[in-house]
Design a protein around this ligand. Structure first.
Ligand code: F0G
Length: 353
């Protein structure tokens, strides 16, 4: 069995690296593309539905693909510190890769609005964690200004190396399917990932590795849907805190991905997100975080309201992060364990045998 070497080594020919680039890797990538037959049957029998489970990256989200590139290039360029704004996952990933590289990491997060698992990660990896009394958009604005004025490298997706790394997920999907999908469904927050996937699919197509490209279908949360509404949202609100963003940095990239591919950007409500979040766990045994379920909620809405998909259509959903990052949302779904005495009889009686 060949050992996986991380996305930089595996896709070196497609990435802006040279022999001089020190490769900082936690062996990210190579995540499973899981065929979701049970879920497909629930949504629309006859479709071929696949889940790219990015929650199985080293820090539990797709950010690691971008962070291996951003941090490796930062080290190559002599940086001593990195900084990012985050709704949680970027901060966890930046902190981990900075730890691996021996760099200082500074992360700005919106106070009280990031999932517990993500906060624990940033703290454990040794980052300087600064909570601001504001939202992600404000945090990113501050980070942009600091990055311009002081010797610290920004590792948000406005750093172009991030998207370079993240595009490798599209390569993997093409390799795993042996073709490009017909549709790619993906959550949209700061809009970097949809931009990166589209770049990846186009590059693989242009390199002759596949003979088609998918329609890119991006999904925002209804309370944080600036691209759908056509204007920034000042106070974005959604249970899917990862995508609680009102003024995405890669707005144009997302619109371009949707338009060029013949896809679209649309939105789903928190109720629709939570329905999909529960459904994928119960039917497929896959626990993703709420923001990730926006892609599945999007497939459900596309069937219900747009009458989309023909028999045999190949649809890939990116599940961007692991459900364990946000235990509070899972527990708040209302299913509680029962408590019984430590007696066999009581348990048998409860089970109704
Ligand atoms: N899903 C998850 C789990 C995320 O953490 C994010 C973004 C997205 C989807 C949206 O991806 O921003 O490229 O459109 N999280 C960023 C963060 C903003 O700070 O962790 P996007």
């Amino acid at each position: 069995m060949e050992r996986w070497k991380g996305v930089i080594e595996e896709f070196r020919e497609f990435l802006p690296v040279s022999d001089k680039t020190p490769v900082i890797t936690l062996l990210e990538g190579n995540t499973p593309l899981i065929k979701a037959n049970n879920l497909a049957r629930e949504i629309k029998p006859g479709i071929e539905l696949y889940l790219k489970f990015e929650g199985l990256n080293p820090t539990g989200s797709f950010k690691d693909r971008g962070m291996t590139m951003a941090v490796s290039k930062a080290v190559e360029e002599g940086a001593k510190a990195v900084i990012c704004a985050s709704t949680g996952n970027t901060s966890a990933s930046a902190a981990a890769y900075a730890a691996k590289a021996g760099l200082k990491a500074v992360v700005l997060i919106p106070e009280g609005k990031i999932a517990l698992g993500k906060l624990s990660q940033a703290v454990m990896y040794g980052a300087e964690v600064i909570q601001i009394k504001g939202n992600f958009d404000q945090a990113l604005e501050i980070v942009r200004e600091i990055g311009q004025q002081y010797p610290i490298t920004i590792v948000n997706s406005i750093n172009p190396y991030r998207l370079q790394g993240q595009k490798t997920a599209a390569f993997e999907i093409c390799e795993q399917l042996g073709r490009a999908p017909d549709y790619h469904f993906i959550p949209v927050g700061n809009a970097g990932n949809i931009t990166a996937y589209w770049m990846g699919y186009k590059e693989y197509y242009e390199a002759g590795k596949v003979d088609s490209k998918p329609k890119m279908c991006g999904w925002q949360a209804a309370g944080a849907a600036p691209i759908v509404l056509g204007h920034p949202v000042k106070n974005p609100e959604t249970i899917a805190t990862a995508i609680r963003i009102g003024n995405p940095a890669s707005w144009k990239g997302a619109v371009n991905a949707a338009n060029e591919s013949g896809g679209f950007i649309d939105m789903v409500t928190d109720e629709e997100i939570l329905e999909a979040y529960k459904l994928v766990a119960r039917t497929e045994g896959i626990f993703c975080e709420p923001a990730s379920a926006a892609s599945i909620a999007g497939v459900i809405k596309s069937v219900r309201e747009k009458g989309m998909f023909e028999k045999g259509d190949v649809i890939v959903c990116t599940l961007t992060g692991h459900g364990l990052k946000d235990p509070d949302t899972a527990i708040s779904m209302g299913v509680r364990p029962v408590t019984l005495p430590a007696e066999r009889e009581e348990i048998v009686k409860y089970l109704g045998f």
